[in-house]
Ligand binder design. Structure first.
Ligand SMILES: C[S@@+](CC[C@H](N)C(=O)[O-])C[C@H]1O[C@@H](n2cnc3c(N)ncnc32)[C@H](O)[C@@H]1O
Length: 462
């Protein structure tokens, strides 16, 4: 009996060159062995005689055999197989098999396949449409085909949109105008005391490399009073749209929030919990941020507000309320067709080398970091959290931004990792706290710029 592992290269070669050997081999082999040999066939010779056997296998009851047989038939790029592939797409129900057969039609690379591929553009399965698009992209210089493909730029399926955007980038996407690694000097190690929305009016497009922020918590602290939750979300939406505008192509925006609780107004009312991260997420996606990761910042339970003690006493279902020990650190990237590699390649090798994240790093998305307390500000980032973000998501010399500066923790972290920082803070007392924190921690020779809104306006970045 042939054992899967024992199929030797000679047998593979014989299957490719000798139709009778191939047929005999398949007729006695078990499904597992057939799949194995089909995977091993590799490049098929021009005089390959096993086409009809592969066609039979492509109609087998076993899905994996079908798939492997179609993949091998596709390697032949044979126009005579066109009607066979069309029949597979028509008669099969399995999405993977239909997708593979459509891909096989594309691989024929003959103009004769164009009408068939065009028909498949109206298939019900986006996977089939994608393969039909890939097949037609071979002919994208043909104006009619280009027009047809471009009509898919707003297709409801996001992967189809992405493929069209990538392929027709010059036609569709606004190109970055600025140099990727540099940033405007006026923003270097700059703190502006003012409302972020006012300040950003004077910051030009694509100025910054990374934003990490913790926005005001809806009506949970004195510094953040809004008329309604809707007004609060609308305010943050405006701010994050501006952050999107001033962020460089393909760079990151990292948002720290958590659901908050507004205590009940009296014994006959209940407290209300607001799911801030979940409400912000769809707004961020809509404005052009791509979701990358959800990191969880976990704090020791002792540091959390005690919500569980009532339940601990009565143990009645429905009234369960856990202590909340985590916050979300949501990672987004400015949507682009460019890969991360493109961003990295914008930097000199020396900068990439020096920016490498050496030593320990967080290997999972659960980051256990103790909270810290500041004598002036009631809700500050632990520096460790900022250090992780700065090291993992920026290069030396990059400009790192926090629209809600607070006590300036991100600035401190940026400076200690040879990055530049820019921050805005509305409250004058906190603005002074940032100055104190920055000056106390870093040598005067690093030039800092502390401006009022008026001064910043007059300096003019835009
Ligand atoms: C959660 S705190 C940020 C704390 C900061 N991450 C730190 O480590 O110190 C949010 C800050 O946003 C500021 N803020 C609120 N609304 C603002 C606005 N419209 N423009 C600028 N800053 C604002 C508040 O004064 C507060 O200091």
């Amino acid at each position: 009996m042939k054992m899967t592992q024992k199929i030797d290269t000679n047998e593979v070669e014989l299957c490719k060159s000798n139709k009778i050997f191939f047929t005999n081999y398949i007729s006695t082999a078990k499904n597992k062995e057939i799949i194995f040999i089909l995977k091993k066939l590799g490049k098929l010779p021009s005089n390959f005689e096993g086409t009809s056997l592969l066609k039979e296998l492509a109609l087998s009851d076993n899905k994996a055999i079908k798939l492997e047989a179609i993949k091998n038939l596709a390697k032949l790029s044979n126009i005579d197989l066109l009607s066979f592939f069309i029949d597979v797409v028509k008669n099969e129900n399995n999405s993977e098999v239909r997708r593979e057969a459509t891909s096989a039609i594309g691989r024929i690379r003959s103009e004769e396949t164009i009408p068939q591929l065009e028909k498949l553009l109206s298939d019900y399965d986006p996977n089939v449409i994608l393969q039909a698009i890939r097949g037609l992209l071979v002919f994208k210089k043909n104006e009619n085909i280009k027009k047809k493909l471009l009509s898919f730029k707003n297709h409801p399926n996001e992967i189809i949109q992405q493929v069209i955007n990538t392929e027709f980038e010059e036609t569709l996407i606004k190109k970055s105008k600025t140099d990727h690694t540099s940033s405007p000097e006026i923003l270097h190690n700059t703190v502006v005391n003012g409302d972020v929305l006012e300040v950003l009016k004077y910051v030009s497009d694509e100025s910054i490399h990374l934003t990490f922020t913790s926005p005001p918590y809806y009506n949970a602290r004195d510094y953040s009073i809004y008329k309604s939750y809707d007004e609060y979300l609308q305010f943050l939406e405006k701010v994050f749209k501006e952050v999107h505008r001033i962020t460089k192509e393909g760079r990151f925006f990292i948002l720290n929030t958590s659901p908050i609780i507004i205590p009940r107004v009296g014994r006959s009312y209940s407290s209300k919990r607001y799911p801030i991260p979940y409400d912000l997420h769809p707004l961020l996606i809509k404005m052009g941020w791509e979701f990358i990761d959800d990191i969880v910042w976990a704090k020791p339970e002792a540091s959390a507000k005690n919500r569980v003690s009532g339940f601990n006493q009565h143990r009645k279902p429905l009234a369960y309320k856990p202590n909340c020990t985590t916050e979300s650190v949501m990672v987004y990237r400015k949507r682009t067709t460019k890969l991360i590699d493109w961003n990295i390649k914008q930097y000199d090798d020396e900068i990439v080398e020096k920016s490498k994240v050496l030593g320990d790093f967080e290997t999972s998305n659960l980051w256990k970091i103790d909270p810290v307390f500041d004598k002036v500000h009631s809700a500050v980032f632990p520096k460790q959290l900022c250090d992780n973000i700065v090291r993992y998501y920026s290069f030396i010399g990059d400009l790192v931004f926090d629209p809600f500066g607070g006590s300036g923790t991100l600035g401190k972290s940026a400076l200690s990792h040879q990055r530049l920082f820019f921050t805005t803070e509305k409250n004058h007392e906190y603005f002074e706290r940032i100055q104190e924190n920055i000056k106390k921690n870093f040598l005067e020779e690093n030039k800092y710029q502390f401006y009022t809104l008026e001064e910043f306006k007059n300096k003019g970045n835009k």
